[in-house]
Design a protein around this ligand. Structure first.
Ligand code: UDX
Length: 445
């Protein structure tokens, strides 16, 4: 009989994973401890903006007309324990308040709730990003709480926000940390479709599987901070970091992806993952191995301050008092409504706190931004945002901003000065329309 799957935690990762599992043909039961989330998902709606996810969900949620009916949601642990052959744990692991380490309380609570209720054979699969060593500890917990044919596997997730559906259905690799052939066999069955499509299937032990995730994110963060460090040098030497990135990216060993200099990385993963990785390495006595990540983090955070300074210079060099600053972009990246640790909002907030009159626009993130920074002003359109502005800051590279008409915007601003914090706008187009255009790591002229 086909495996029955449960997904515990229905945030970005869990909601996408649940819908994808249903798409792959499995019967799926999703659980969350927040009843409102379950209500929303059961109605076929997604509590965040993720392209394609709502359509996929509606295609499978039971009770929706024309759906496959393979996907249901519940708040009942008993139901989940009774239903599942494979339980995916997808809860989040945020940064601990006031510490670098990650907060394992949601993972621990999930295992603590599920384990004592497991009365039939099951594979519990951790997907959350956790400090190395957690899987071994949780495997011991399962042995104690649910002896018998209950086993643990670790299967890190590499999905990117904005591409979550595609990344989950067609992963560029599947990594499984297992302790038995049986566990590997079950996961090969779960992922039979992407494996048949050619996704590499990498089988490891627990610690390696956990480390694959944190090291991949550390590498990506390092690549971004590397190019941002080059941007600093380019600014000092009058070089052009965009050309530099293009040129070094042609070297296949380097590759051109993740070499876009700007105000740096943010979001719910990279910043907290590199910090948790440093904290864990310290506990293991391997802190020296990761001291470079401290530099990666500080190069990244310096970018935000640098953008604030460029904006200050643009409005006269001394103070933001009485100056109008238009900010295009609030989310940490385009095609998302996620404002967690968003460099764009951080810059907007800093300028606001220094007395600037900041108006923010974002195609999808305004609601979340307003919740986090209620004192900033928000506008419905890019044109309204820049009206009367002394400087325009482009801080999240939404496609709609690349398609703006600089001449039209130029007609409503106080000063035609634009700062590109993402190196995504076309300087020639803006300059031709009479704008002073500055970007990070590029020559002024
Ligand atoms: C990341 C990883 O890519 C993903 O594999 C992992 O599962 C979760 O963390 P995500 O947080 O969705 O995914 O964002 P990502 O696309 O990696 O971008 C992270 C940040 O880096 C964004 O703020 C983005 O604007 C910034 N970035 C990215 C750059 O500043 N320059 C680049 O060249 C690329």
């Amino acid at each position: 009989m086909a495996l029955r799957i449960t997904v515990i935690g229905t945030g970005y990762l869990g909601a996408t994973h649940a819908a994808a599992m249903a798409e792959l043909g499995f019967e799926v039961l999703g659980l969350d401890v927040v009843p409102e989330k379950i209500e929303t998902l059961s109605a076929g709606r997604v509590p965040m903006y993720e392209p394609g996810l709502e359509e996929l969900l509606a295609k499978h949620v039971a009770g929706i007309e024309g759906s496959s009916g393979r996907l249901r949601f519940t708040t009942s642990w008993e139901e989940v324990a009774e239903f599942g052959d494979v339980h995916f744990v997808c809860v989040n692991t945020p940064q601990k308040h006031g510490e670098y380490a990650c907060d394992m309380s949601f993972v621990d609570a999930a295992f603590g709730s599920l384990a004592p209720l497991l009365t039939r054979p099951a594979l519990v699969v951790g997907k959350s990003t956790v400090p190395v060593g957690s899987a071994a500890r949780l495997a011991r917990l399962l042995d104690e709480e649910a002896p018998g044919e209950v086993e643990l596997a670790w299967n890190p997730e590499f999905l990117r926000e904005g591409f979550a559906v595609g990344d989950t259905l067609h992963p560029d690799r599947i990594v499984v940390g297992v302790a038995s052939e049986r566990a590997e066999k079950v996961l090969r069955e779960v992922y039979a479709t992407p494996i048949a499509e050619g996704s590499p299937f990498v089988v490891t032990d627990f610690p390696t599987a956990e480390l694959v995730k944190t090291s991949a994110n550390s590498f990506l963060a390092t690549k971004i901070s590397f190019i941002n460090a080059m941007a600093e040098v380019c600014e000092a030497a009058d070089g052009d970091v965009v050309k530099l990135a293009e040129a070094i990216g042609h070297d296949e060993r380097i590759g051109s992806k993740f070499l876009r200099a700007g105000i740096g990385f943010g979001g719910g993963c990279l910043p907290k993952d590199i910090r948790a990785f440093m904290a864990r390495a310290g506990e293991l006595g391997a802190d020296q191995a990761l001291t470079f990540l401290r530099e990666v983090d500080s190069i990244n955070m310096r970018r935000r301050g640098h953008m604030v300074e460029l904006a200050r210079e643009a409005v006269g060099g001394t103070s933001f008092l009485g100056k109008r600053v238009a900010v295009l972009g609030a989310t940490f990246k385009p095609d998302s409504d996620d404002v967690r640790d968003s460099p764009a909002l951080n810059v907007a907030g800093q300028i606001h706190l220094q007395g600037g009159q900041v108006t923010v626009h974002d195609p999808k993130g305004i609601e979340n931004a307003r919740r986090l920074f209620p004192t900033l002003a928000y506008a419905e359109t890019a044109l309204e945002t820049v009206r009367g502005a002394d400087v325009v800051l482009h801080l999240t590279e939404w496609r709609e901003y690349r398609e703006l008409d600089p001449a039209e915007l130029g007609g409503v601003v106080s000063h035609r000065i634009v700062l590109d914090g993402r190196n995504a706008l076309d300087p020639a187009k803006w300059r031709e329309a009479g704008w002073t255009f500055r970007a990070m790591g590029r020559p002024r002229a």
